[in-house]
Every structure is written in C-alpha cells, then in structure tokens.
Design a protein around this ligand. Structure first.
Ligand SMILES: Nc1nc2c(c(=O)[nH]1)N[C@H]1C(S)=C(S)[C@@H](COP(=O)(O)O)O[C@H]1N2
Ligand SMILES: [Mo]
Length: 330
C-alpha cells in the first residue's frame, strides 16, 4: 500500500528494529557475507531465492494440516488467463503492514507463530464461539483455485490458492437474519509484528456485505502453491476477493463478526479519501495519485491493461446494481 509520503515516525521505527529481531543468525551471517547491511537494517543484496522457498517448505511441512495437500483443482478456476506467478517472486513481494511498510517482510513474518491459533465468531450470530483453526479447516473440503490478484498499487499476480468459500464459512458461523456485513480482523500483537508498534489503526479490519460474501468467488485461503501457505501470505487463514483491490483480502484472521452497520475498514480509516469500502477494480477510476489503467504483472516485466472487476465482472457486476451512486471503485 502506498501512503502519502514516508512518515518520519515509520522510518524511526524501522531504524530501531534490530536486524537480529527478524534475521536469524544464519541468515544474518549470509546477508553480511553477501554485501553491506544498510543503516535501516536491510541487506543490500536480496537473499537467495532458495532460502525463501526452503523456509516456505519448512513452514508447510510443519503445518498440522499438511496432510490435506495438495487439494483437487476446481476445474472452474483452472485457468486465470495468465501464467501463475513464480513462487519465489510471490514469496518475496508482499504487503503485510503488520511486519513493515515495505515488500520484503518474509523473514519478519517467519516470527508469526502458526499455532496455537483460533478464530472467534461473534456479533449477530446464533451463538458466539471460538474455534481452533485446525478443527475449523477440517470442517471444510479444501480445493485449489487459480486467481488473479490486483493490488491498488498497480501491480498484479496470479496465485494457485487452496481453501474453501467464504459462503461456507458464513454458513458455519450461523449469522442471524439481521446481519448485513461480515467483518474480519487480523491478530494484534506488536511483540511479534513490529509494524503494529506504529500509528496505524490496528488491528487490520476488513469487511464485505453478506451478498458479496455469498458470491462464489469469495475465497478463504489456507494454502498456496499446493501446500499450507507460507507465513507471509497471511497464515493460517486469509481472504481473497479477486474482483477487488488487494487490500480487501485480509490476512491472518482471528475474528469474524456479523454486523448491521458497515464497518470502518483499515485503509479507509488511514486515508478515506484514497481507499474506500467497495474497492472494486476499475481501470477508468484513477487513484488520486496514479492511473489504474494498467498493471505491472509480477515476475514478467510486462505491463498489461487492467480490466473492470479485474476481469471477473460476469460473476460479480450484478452485486452492484442499485448502489451506483456510491464510490464503488476506490
Ligand atoms: N492483515 C493484513 N492483510 C493484508 C495486508 C496487510 O498489510 N495486512 N495487505 C493487503 C494488500 S494491500 C495486498 S495487495 C495483499 C497482498 O497479499 P500478498 O502479500 O499475499 O501478495 O494483502 C492484503 N491483506
Ligand atoms: Mo495491495
């Protein structure tokens, strides 16, 4: 996510974070051997791709749900019309502000404990409850879907996700008939996530309408590239809404609430004049500071035209009949 300008207090935060907090000794030694370490604590030479893939494999093989992978590919989502983004690329270019406001947060995200983890369902539900993540994941049958992802920063990727539909999660939660929105929150623990020591309105909060949540495209992600997902993708459970800008796709969810009122979402609260609730992809509505007409496809060196609803209009455009008066696209 791009904000107005680098903020003085964020830079200070990066500088006070010691390298050893997020680079283990072995990696730090390697990084130093590879080149000078910048004052801000960032190795000048990018870590070898094998390191990041190796770490992702370690995280996946230690995951208590690893026996569920690989899940069957849903033939309806087998072709995203573009090549799947190279895994190393995707593992080293992430937005996860809890770990810092830059893309290479993968080492820091390795500090996030994958277990124990539970999810609380509350608000307008028949009965509020807190469920262990493994019990939750095992109550659904996992499938693989290849989706395009378009970040509001005008880059995109193609990812083979594994998971289950948000619709199934909503059914599991048993909301009351009065519920109009599904609101999700990320964990909040500044001891593990140094970015949360900063000024942002933590925890990260996102939401969709009950109708959007029921759309078949709305997907709860547990895995990527045929395995339990690496920490930086938002372990152990994240959302992916492929027709919306990437910031709607909240990571590392701990709470799912049902409300009558529209929630104030994280980026809306940070910069409501730039990031709205609906955030549907539209090449014709520029961001206040840049065009959304094209996107840089990660790992390809190419720039391609952006499509309305990120190319998923046939599935989702009908959701927005009747709300045209609102700022649907930012
Ligand atoms: N909790 C949380 N979820 C988040 C973000 C974040 O900073 N924190 N960034 C969002 C943005 S802007 C994007 S583009 C995607 C990036 O997902 P990726 O790192 O798996 O590519 O995650 C989204 N979900
Ligand atoms: Mo994004």
């Amino acid at each position: 996510m791009l904000i107005r300008s680098p903020r003085r207090w964020e830079i200070a935060e990066n500088q006070v974070t010691s390298e050893s907090h997020w680079l283990d000794r072995r990696r730090l030694v390697k990084a130093i051997a590879a080149g000078p370490v910048l004052a801000a604590g960032w190795p000048a030479v990018a870590p070898a791709a094998s390191d990041v893939v190796e770490l992702a494999r370690e995280q996946a093989s230690g995951d208590p749900t690893s026996d569920l992978y690989p899940a069957a590919l849903n033939p309806g989502f087998a072709d995203a019309g573009r090549e799947v983004t190279v895994e190393e690329e995707n593992l080293t270019y992430n937005n996860f502000y809890e770990f810092g406001s830059f893309k290479e947060i993968w080492q820091r995200a390795a500090d996030l404990p994958r277990r124990p983890w539970s999810i609380t369902f509350d608000g307008l539900v028949e009965e509020p409850r807190t469920i262990d993540i493994d019990t939750l994941i095992r109550s659904f049958s996992l499938e693989e879907r290849i989706y395009r992802h378009r970040c509001v920063e005008a880059w995109s990727m193609v990812v083979p996700w594994t998971g289950f539909t948000l619709r199934d999660l909503v059914d599991f939660a048993r909301p009351l008939g009065s519920a109009r929105y599904v609101v999700m929150q990320t964990f909040h623990d500044p001891d593990v996530a140094p970015g949360q020591a900063g000024w942002y309105p933590w925890p990260y909060t996102e939401g969709v309408t009950i109708e959007e949540a029921a759309n078949d495209l709305a997907f709860m992600v547990t895995g990527a590239y045929g395995q339990p997902m690496a920490n930086q993708f938002g372990v152990p459970l994240r959302l992916h809404l492929p027709w919306k800008y990437g910031f709607k796709s909240i990571k590392s969810i701990v709470r799912v609430s049902f409300t009558e009122e529209r929630p104030l979402t994280f980026w809306e609260e940070v910069a409501g004049n730039e990031y709205g609730f609906w955030a549907n992809v539209n090449p014709e509505v520029p961001h206040r500071r840049w065009s959304q007409a094209t996107e840089r496809v990660l790992g390809t060196g190419e720039r391609v035209p952006t499509e309305i609803y990120n190319g998923y209009g046939a599935e989702v455009a009908s959701l927005y009949a009747g709300v045209e008066g609102e700022a649907l696209f930012m």
